[in-house]
Design a protein around this ligand. Structure first.
Ligand code: EPU
Length: 441
């Protein structure tokens, strides 16, 4: 087990470059399996989730070579269509291998996916879409595997009941080499999906956004190799932005793509923040933080990934702010830990008309879920504590909290953070943070 020991309230300054987007890297690695030619992906973040996916490439019979932030993947032939439980359970995206395995080998055996513990995270929407494309998929509760097979994926018109980011991507990957045309309706709009589409198109796919929340894929017989550089990580930008603002505004962030974080910048301004931008370099600052309430939403709404850092930001805001989480049913893992550090946060259950439609997660019996919102009273001086990370973004929130808190905070479970932030501790130390990484037996 690894922990971070952070001595807070050090002066932070300098320049930090945003890494390549985790939520693109993981999907382009999967999409690279659609061709028997080598595929080179640049700007890959060196994070543990990426290495899990690369191990899965080896499991199915491919190879990879990684040099600095460039990885070359080559899957000349699918030799194995089963993803092992051990690797599969490490990240939710392992289940997305269903798409290239069905496309190229016509069968797949995938363990029930793992990943961050931020709710039930089922993949029913992915499964239903693939079934409509001609796959037969059964879940065996005795061994915890999905068994899938097809006589050949074929194009369909399919409407997702509810928004799904990775579900949309699974269908895009599956449809790229399916027979005929697939039209995905109520498709998710995240910019990471556009990057995946551009990547697949550079391999010879024919995919376009044909309307509002609609994607059309004309299946092609064969895809070829490519060299592609993925976009920078918008969730990481928001993490650095909150740190920059809370630590006095001396941090400059480079490789910022402002488009996907438009709503964050809007809310940041409303809460009293501002920034200077020079090409892709941003310096964010704030002197007096106002309480401001937000509700997470599907793209282009306020992303669920940002609500933890935003909650920390509002512990320093004047007044009472509310955060209503609508995408996941369990994404407040940082709350109990921030409270140990002195934050004043209370859970409550907001009134919602028709919760089954309102929330993005599946709801049994139409019953409104409890404690989907928090109320934060600020400003509060945070102090040291011993805290535990429950998931990736909660982990980043706690690290940021420890950096602005008085005293020495110990954070356990930081492996979760390293799933998604490359060399987080090293980059923080470069900015002047007093952070020690300790491996415990
Ligand atoms: N859902 C279902 N059934 C499905 C698919 C989704 O019930 O078949 C539920 C999910 O459990 C969740 C909601 O629907 O409650 C939304 O799920 P969605 O499929 O949109 O999100 P995801 O694929 O689970 C991706 C990112 C998340 C990011 C969300 C929202 C990846 C690997 N993960 O998750 O990123 O928060 O979209 O944009 O792309 C992270 O990076 O920390 C992270 C969790």
């Amino acid at each position: 087990m690894k922990k971070y020991v952070i001595n807070g309230q050090k002066k932070l300054s300098g320049t930090v470059a945003v890494s390549g987007a985790k939520n693109v890297a993981l999907k382009v690695i999967i999409a690279a399996c659609l061709t028997d030619e080598p595929v080179t992906i640049e700007n890959i973040p060196l994070i543990s989730d990426v290495f899990v996916m690369l191990e899965l490439i080896k499991e199915i019979g491919g190879t990879y070579k990684i040099e600095d932030h460039t990885v070359t993947i080559h899957v000349p032939e699918i030799k194995n269509t089963e993803i092992s439980l051990e690797s599969g359970a490490k990240t939710k995206t392992s289940s997305m291998f269903l798409a290239p395995l069905l496309a190229r080998a016509k069968k797949a055996k995938i363990p029930n996916p793992g990943g961050c513990r931020i709710g039930a995270r089922p993949i029913d929407r992915h499964i239903e879409g693939l079934e409509k494309m001609g796959a037969t998929i059964g879940y065996h509760s005795e061994d915890g595997y999905f068994n899938a097979s097809t006589e050949g994926l074929k194009g369909v018109e399919y409407t997702f009941d509810k928004n799904t980011h990775t579900g949309t991507e699974t269908l895009i990957i599956a449809a790229s080499t399916a027979t005929g045309t697939t039209i995905i309706k109520n498709a998710a709009e995240e910019s990471e999906i556009d990057d995946l589409i551009a990547f697949l198109n550079s391999m010879g796919a024919k995919i376009n956004r044909s309307g509002y929340r609609e994607i059309t894929i004309d299946g092609v017989e064969k895809l070829h190799g490519t060299t592609y550089s993925i976009m920078s990580d918008s969730n990481e930008v928001v993490t650095w932005a909150i740190l920059a603002a809370l630590s006095g505004g001396e941090i400059k962030i480079t490789k910022v793509n402002p488009e996907p974080i438009k709503i964050f910048l809007e809310k940041f301004k409303e809460a009293g923040g501002n920034w200077e931008a020079n090409a892709d370099e941003y310096r964010l600052y704030v002197s007096d933080i106002k309480a401001l309430s937000i509700q997470t939403g599907i793209y282009p709404g306020f992303m669920t990934d940002w609500q933890g850092p935003w909650a920390l930001f509002e512990t320093q805001g004047r007044g009472v702010s509310v955060i209503h989480e609508t995408i996941y049913e369990n994404r407040f893992g940082y709350v109990s830990e921030l409270k140990k550090m002195g934050a004043k946060i209370k859970f409550f259950t907001p009134e919602v008309d028709n919760p089954s439609e309102f929330y993005n997660f599946n709801i049994e019996n139409g019953k409104s879920p409890e404690n989907q919102a928090i109320e934060i009273s600020g400003p509060t001086t945070l102090h040291d504590a011993i805290v535990k990370v429950t998931d990736l973004r909660a982990g980043a929130t706690l690290v940021l909290a420890a950096l602005i808190a008085k005293g020495k905070t110990i954070i356990y479970g930081v492996e979760q953070i390293e799933r998604g932030y490359e060399d987080f501790a090293g980059r923080l130390a470069m900015l002047g943070a007093d952070i020690e990484v300790i491996e415990e037996a």
